[in-house]
Each structure stands twice: as C-alpha cells, then as structure tokens.
Design a protein around this ligand. Structure first.
Ligand code: ADP
Ligand code: MG
Ligand code: MG
Length: 255
C-alpha cells in the first residue's frame, strides 16, 4: 500500500518581488485505493496544492512536508516524482508539438516502469485503453495536446492515468469544460482505474457534478488555503445544496 502524506503545508507565490502565502497549513493523507475529493471555491488554492506537490518552480514551499511512503517528495525532481509513482494531471495540460501521443505515452511508461514496455503488448494496451475512452485511434499519431479540444485533453489525461498506473494521482478539475457525454466517459475511465484498488486519487473540483459519477470515499472542503472540513460523500451533497457560503461567507452556487 502507498501513502501520500501532506503535513502543515505552507506555499507562497512571489509576484513583483512580493511573496504571498496561498496555502496556509494543508494536512491530508491519501492511501492507495482511496478517492479523496477536494472541493472549494475558485481562488481557494486547490490548483496551488497540485502544483506544489508536482514541484512547479513558481510555488515555493515555505514550511511543512509532503512524503510518499516516507520519502520526501519535495526533495525530488519532477521526473523523480513521476518515477516514485505520482501522477499529476494539470488543470491546463501542456502542448508538446512534434511529439506524437504514442511516443509520449511510451516514453512516460518507460520512465515510470523503469523499462520499455514490450512493443507488441504496448500497442495492444494503448489500443484497448483508447477504445475504453472512446478516443479515435488516429489520435495516437497526433502531437500531444496540439489542437486538442478541452474534452480531448481531459480524455488523454485519463488515458495516461490508465496506462501509467501510478500510486497516487492528482486530478485537477478533470471535469471542467466537459459536456455530459465526455464527463461520463472520463468518469468511467477514472472508475476503471479505481476498481484496481491500487491507486489513491485526489480529485480536485469546484463543482459537484463529477461526484454523481464518481463516489468519493472522502470529501474535503478547501477554503482560504487549507482544508476546513472533511467528511464522507454526504458532504458533497450538502455542498450541492448550500454551496460554499458556510465556509467563505460569500454566496456562490455549487453547481
Ligand atoms: P483554485 O485552483 O482553488 O481556483 P488557485 O490555486 O489557482 O485556486 O489560486 C489561489 C490563489 O493564488 C489565487 O488568489 C490566485 O490568484 C493565486 N495564484 C495562484 N497561482 C498564482 C501565480 N502563479 N501567480 C500569482 N498568483 C497566483
Ligand atoms: Mg481556479
Ligand atoms: Mg484551480
């Protein structure tokens, strides 16, 4: 079993030589097999949490710790984090012109698994995973994310997740910009990955609608750069009904 432990994490961003604290003491433990929904209003710091764990240079950890099975994640390079079993799907996935989807995936799988997947198995694996996600086989030869629609990028995130089989996956607003059908396909993809019971998932979302397809084991309300309440999936139902007003004092629709 794998465990990601975030302890009293404080993160700052510096703009115009002024540092601003964005995360103010995040505590969270995710074990493999568990799905944790992180829900909160816009600007509460959810993406900052995923960037900090991913090792984005703009986000400075000023105190606290992040460990994966006791290993210090914050000491690792971005590559080492992936090899250690962390998967970080960014809210705005990058485009990689000139690198085909299939090459990108095979390189990533080689890096994470420590050896190149056998070509024949690999081609079959990719084909099946693409079919599961209703991705046109022609996409395998297209450049990574170049000219992909929002929904196509999200499907490719989940394709990577399905093929790389990380220990812990952080999915930031995987539901944003998806129409009803794409949301269902992407959610089913995440649920298939969950079924294996080996992956721990941090599912970051603003809206409750993805949680109608994916029932989280735990829900955490994020506000003002920290977790202000934790509970089971019923907490998402309360948010759906009442929004985040109880946590922010500001009226905002939850869905
Ligand atoms: P969320 O994902 O919950 O909407 P973010 O983590 O994106 O929230 O942002 C939290 C706060 O941190 C916001 O006030 C945002 O403007 C600020 N912030 C995030 N990233 C940066 C950055 N790179 N530069 C300056 N401010 C940032
Ligand atoms: Mg945001
Ligand atoms: Mg965000």
């Amino acid at each position: 079993m794998a465990t990601l432990e975030i302890r009293d994490l404080h993160v700052s961003v510096t703009t115009d030589e002024t540092a601003k604290e964005i995360l103010s003491g995040v505590d969270l433990t995710i074990n493999s097999g568990e799905t944790h929904a992180i829900m909160g209003p816009n600007g509460s710091g959810k993406s900052t949490l995923s960037y900090a764990v991913a090792g984005h240079p703009k986000y400075e950890v000023t105190s606290g710790s992040v460990t994966l099975d006791g290993e210090d994640v914050l000491e690792m390079s971005v590559d080492e984090r992936a090899r250690a079993g962390l998967f970080l799907a960014m809210q705005y996935p990058v485009e990689v012109p000139g690198v085909s989807m299939s090459n990108f995936l095979r390189t990533a799988a080689t890096s994470v698994r420590g050896e190149a997947p056998k070509l024949r198995h690999w081609v079959k694996e990719v084909k099946e995973a693409m079919a599961d996600l209703d991705i046109d086989p022609a996409f395998a030869e297209r450049s990574v994310n170049e000219g992909f629609s929002g929904g196509e990028k999200k499907r490719h995130e989940i394709l990577q997740l399905a093929l790389l089989r990380p220990k812990i996956a952080i999915l930031d607003e995987t539901d944003s910009g998806l129409d009803v059908d794409a949301l269902r396909v992407v959610s089913e993809g995440i649920n298939r990955v969950r079924e294996g019971g080996e992956v721990g998932i941090m599912l970051i979302t603003h809206y409750t609608r993805i949680l109608r397809h994916i029932t989280p084991d735990f829900v955490h309300v994020f506000a003002g750069g920290r977790i202000v309440e934790s509970g089971g999936s019923e907490l998402a139902d309360q948010l759906e009904e009442h929004g985040y007003v109880r946590f922010t004092g500001k009226q905002e629709p939850a869905a």
